[in-house]
Design a protein around this ligand. Sequence first.
Ligand code: NAD
Ligand code: UDP
Length: 330
Amino acid sequence: MKILVTGGTGFLGSHTVVELLNKENEVVIIDNFSNSKKEVLEKIKQITNKNFLFYEGDIRDKVLLKKIFTENKIETVIHFAGYKAVGESVTAPLKYYDNNLISTIYLLEAMKEANCKNIVFSSSATVYGKPKTLPIKEDFPLHTTNPYGTTKKMIEEILKDFSKANPDFSITILRYFNPIGAHPSGLIGENPNGVPNNLMPYIIKVATKELEYLNIFGNDYDTKDKTGVRDFIHVVDLAKGHSKACEKIEKGVHIYNLGSGKGYSVLELVSIFEKVTKIKIPYKIKKRREGDIAACYADPTLAYKKLNWKAEKSIEDMCKDAYLYAKKNK
Ligand code: NAD
Ligand code: UDP
């Protein structure tokens, strides 16, 4: 299958491209490197020993999009490209609405024009807001608390409306829980700029002594050890979920949670990381971070039933691989 991957040099995109190439798909990538590095292209080749096409540019560039669809007979698009920093989306909401919404609209227009009818879209568990019960199922009500989350919710709405007008399209919405880890080769992984916002990248910076200690946001939640609980999923498992989603072409809109179904607390993750890497992670308890919820984990059974996909890697694998990547790329 010939698959266009937008944002294919990013954290999730690069791992997905590796899985797609391993499964003998032809891959075309578009990325503007707004949050990734050129060297990822070489790393993907090194891991897979396979080639792919790359276009440097922005998906809000209609001319470039048309060129890509004219030069390649794309069968499926996986749409990762977009901005994802929650905090920044609060201070620069227009930047988020512009990039995330406009890029998706232009992409759908270009697909329609080229008669390419399959799309897999990156949504997020953030669209569930604060769930009333756990685990979270796909039919739970949606409620967002920041502009980033709202872009995801709005794009889901756009895709549903688009599907009504274009019922022959196959639209898969994947709602990711907390992807962490890295490719076991240590060649590709997550490398955020500046001080990380997310837990695992922050732990990594403490492990590599770039930061002194971890701030744990809140130990007064109604959870097993009073710290926040999340559903961590290995990025390679997540990538495999995309490969499965591409294989399942089904008209209409189909929504799946991609999570492990297990909840680990912040303190549990810290302690497992310490055990696996034999590195002490000093931490200080701070007050709750605004907008955080106590606990969030998926019911991933629908993805298993319909896509024959489930997360297989352990939390220990996630810690080991994330640290290996950090060590190799310090
Ligand atoms: P990332 O920032 O590493 O990757 C996104 C890629 O898209 C980057 O390489 C960036 O350069 C590129 N990009 C951004 N805007 C572009 C544009 N207009 N044109 C071309 N390229 C553009 O992010 P990620 O972690 O790989 O996330 C991928 C997708 O999954 C995003 O849509 C994100 O919102 C979503 N998501 C991520 C997480 C997570 O924890 N990583 C969780 C839920 C959902
Ligand atoms: N967290 C923390 N310290 C950090 C970053 C995150 O204690 O430096 C906690 C956060 O409060 C939440 C969990 O770790 O309970 C996961 O946060 P992250 O930002 O990684 O993902 P989120 O689920 O918020 O998208």
